[in-house]
Design a protein around this ligand. Structure first.
Ligand code: IDP
Ligand code: MG
Length: 149
């Protein structure tokens, strides 16, 4: 089972999409094992987006991420990283397929509602940035016999 880091960005929280997004994650069969709402610290946001440090949009991206509360989650399940990227949709919502979160709820690349880790290395790094081990709950769910063969 993989673990991935998922964020409902400030635009998703402000627009009241938290329930909708969590619902999609749960309905797919993925399991939420950590969750919080907070205003992410600027240093944490910069570390999270370090790969984009030299890009022109880095400053505005960090400013937006720390502008108001976001939801942080650790989500687990079979191929959770790839499945969550598919649920999120293309980075530019204009290219995102209907049925994806970005394809259903977003139009602008700088307001694309969600973040989901893009690789196993990124997932491990991002989970460690946002959560302590003690905040991640490893538990069984009774529907797992129906979700997995
Ligand atoms: P991802 O969120 O799909 O992984 P990345 O390329 O890692 O996409 O970019 C991180 C975030 O930075 C995007 O979700 C988007 O909000 C923002 N971003 C990416 N490219 C641009 C751009 O060209 N202009 C403005 N914002 C961008
Ligand atoms: Mg990315």
């Amino acid at each position: 089972m993989e673990q991935t880091y998922v964020m409902v960005k400030p635009d998703g929280v402000q627009r009241g999409l938290v329930g909708e997004i969590i619902s999609r994650i749960e309905r797919r069969g993925l399991k939420i094992i950590a969750l919080r709402i907070n205003v992410i610290k600027e240093a944490t946001a910069k570390e999270h987006y370090i790969e984009h440090e030299t890009k022109s949009f880095f400053t505005s991206l960090v400013k937006f991420i720390v502008s108001s509360p976001s939801i942080s989650m650790v989500v687990t399940g079979k191929d959770a990283i790839r499945v969550m990227r598919t649920i999120a949709g293309a980075t530019n919502p204009v290219d995102a397929t209907p049925g994806t979160i970005r394809g259903d709820f977003a139009l602008d690349i700088g307001r694309n509602v969600v973040h989901a880790s893009d690789s196993t290395d990124a997932a491990a790094r991002e989970i460690a940035i946002h959560f302590k081990d003690s905040e991640i709950w490893k538990y069984s769910k009774i529907d797992e016999v129906c979700i997995y063969e």
